[in-house]
Design a protein around this ligand. Structure first.
Ligand code: PMP
Length: 298
């Protein structure tokens, strides 16, 4: 099949992925006019679902979209998608598109917004080999669209700059990309935030990025373990001079980086603080403060 195994929800129905289809007139497709969020399920439990719902509902409000579902109803839909899919470890996406107007009006206020959700098998930015030896990244010359144009705190499908960054990286024989913000500092990559460690101090860009939930989790874990951490500008030189670099995403968690533009970082292998954070991140997946069980699996 051309579709991953999983279940989608749309228009009140649960469908196999192959049958979940939207109109070609949807503004989500025509204009990237949509917001979404991705939460994962690990061994039958959602990881920090509340934070994902907060970010999703905040995006809806800022984009002036509405779905006819409450937070509790969205939670039920997500649980059902995962339960019906049978995937104990899943990648779960909730989406709201602008939709389209019955008359193809050009006024977004006429559009009927569309809510979609789905659960497919869990996926990661880094594969098993890359998690062990560290990812090889390249800093792209592509600049992330400035926050005054597209608000990076709203999770969105404005990905042309990120995808261009990926191709720039592949051209440099790297595996993924880091792209710069409009001020010339490191911003983020296609689907992840970035951290640098130097002299025991952990830092991550403070602004011009999506406030990732995995990023939040690393900040929280550092505070708990009393590892010095700061949200501040990270320059290209900060990266090259780092002892350790890692990236963070719902799709894979904390993932090490050992090469930037073909130069080795630190010792050239996965650093100790990175290893600790990877370990602590996964440990928290069974902690009731950080995760919620899905009844289908209990
Ligand atoms: N930045 C961008 C642009 C992203 O799309 C994502 C995840 N989809 C992230 C960062 C990481 O966010 P999170 O940790 O919440 O998955």
């Amino acid at each position: 099949s051309r579709y991953p195994s999983g279940i989608a929800y749309m228009d009140g129905q649960y469908l196999p992925m192959s049958q979940a289809k939207i109109s070609v007139l949807d503004w989500g497709l025509l204009h990237s006019d949509a917001t979404y969020d991705t939460v994962h399920v690990w061994d039958g439990r959602f990881f920090r679902l509340d934070l994902h719902l907060d970010r999703f509902f905040n995006g809806l409000e800022k984009l002036r979209m509405s779905i006819n579902l409450s937070r509790e109803e969205v939670t039920t839909v997500l649980q059902n998608c995962v339960g019906l899919s049978g995937h104990r470890s899943a990648y779960v996406e909730m989406i709201c598109t602008r939709g389209s107007s019955p008359t193809f009006s050009r006024d977004p206020r006429d559009a009927i917004n569309r809510f979609i959700a789905f659960a497919i098998p869990f996926g990661s930015v880094a594969n098993a080999e890359q998690l062990k030896r560290g990812l090889h990244v390249a800093i792209s010359s592509t600049v992330r669209i400035p926050p005054a144009s597209v608000d990076p705190t709203i999770k969105n499908y404005h990905w042309l700059d990120l995808v261009k960054g990926l191709y720039d990286a592949y051209d440099q024989k790297a595996e993924t990309a880091l792209i710069l913000d409009f001020e010339g500092n490191i911003a983020e990559g296609p689907g992840f935030n970035v951290f640098a460690v130097r002299g025991g101090q952990v830092s991550t860009p403070a602004k011009n990025v999506l406030p990732g939930i995995t990023r939040r989790s690393v900040l929280d874990i550092c505070s708990e373990l009393q590892i010095p951490v700061a949200e501040k500008a990270v320059s290209q030189d900060d990266l090259f001079g780092a002892d350790e670099i890692f990236i963070t995403s719902t799709a894979g968690g904390v993932m090490p980086v050992t090469k930037v533009n073909e130069r080795s970082i630190g010792t050239g292998s996965v650093g100790e603080i990175t290893k600790t954070l990877m370990d602590e991140y996964w440990k928290r997946h069974s902690d009731p403060k950080w995760s919620t069980p899905i009844s289908y699996f209990s």
